[in-house]
Design a protein around this ligand. Sequence first.
Ligand SMILES: [Zn+2]
Length: 349
Amino acid sequence: MASPIQFKKDIKRTEFLDPRNEYKLSEVETEIRYDPLTGSSSRICHFSRDKMPAPDLTEMVEASTGFCPFCPEHIDTVTPKYPDSFLEGGRLTHGDAKLFPNLFPYDDVSALAIISSQHFLPMDNMPVQALVDGISIAQEFFQKKDNSQTEGQDFYSMVTWNYMPPAGSSLIHPHLQVLHTSNPGNAIRREIEAENKYHAEHKRNYMEDLIASEKTTGERWVGSHGATEWFVPFSPTGIIGDVIAAFPGKATLADLSADDIREFSEAMNNILNTFTEYGLWSYNFGFFPAADASNSEKHTLYARIVPRIFVNPMTNAGDASYMQFLIEERVAMVYPEVTAERLRGGWKF
Ligand SMILES: [Zn+2]
């Protein structure tokens, strides 16, 4: 049966007399793509240089080391603890990772997971063990904390990450945001609603159909490793590309085995390394889960990595503007098919 998934796009063209080409008439193309699930649009335009110069982070890393609350000499004395009634012992340790409440919470349950005792973990060699420890400690937290308040309601176990300042991190020391919430945010809510509708119409799981389609055409496909399937979304999220890792047959973080987490982390290390070859050094990361205890009939757990940049390093101009903030329109400067080709080029599984 043919896939009901449609990849819809519009091509827009503008003409002007170009001062860079003796004021000859030039045509410039913009592409608008529509997410096949939600219909949300993204613009692909202002094509960027192939590789950006990688900045020297030494000064930023050194300057931030002295007063870091997450480094081993401070972490036990300046970070908060949960009451024993909520989490036995107040904090969690898993390998080299530590978890405790966020002093600046976003929700009822808003924790931080410090994934390593190392102050800085470089993106071109992100330790697989730090990723494993970070995801595992969050999984352990969701299981061990007092869950009596959430019974009988839809709650979401969320793990997200702002890595380095362009992605919105005020601290260099790598830390995950760990939320347990009845409100997973607009993006997840919209996707789950659209997936429920897709399932009602076609009696199929949207993500499984999307994976089959992407694998067949191949132009946005990256590769498979263990439980994960990696591809670049048709309608981009980030200005410089993004990538998705889907976990077919799984719906929430609780469904991931220790092997699944390790294999995912190995592939993520590989993807991050390839992104750094194009001068990237910052990203947002997050899992998109179904509500706790859901099965994977309608929603497949996936993770998304979105590289972030300063569009002008001289002025530290951010890569989000009125487009994303006011009119909720995504903008990308690289075609998803190009991002996929780059990631396939570095794929080692
Ligand atoms: Zn630190």
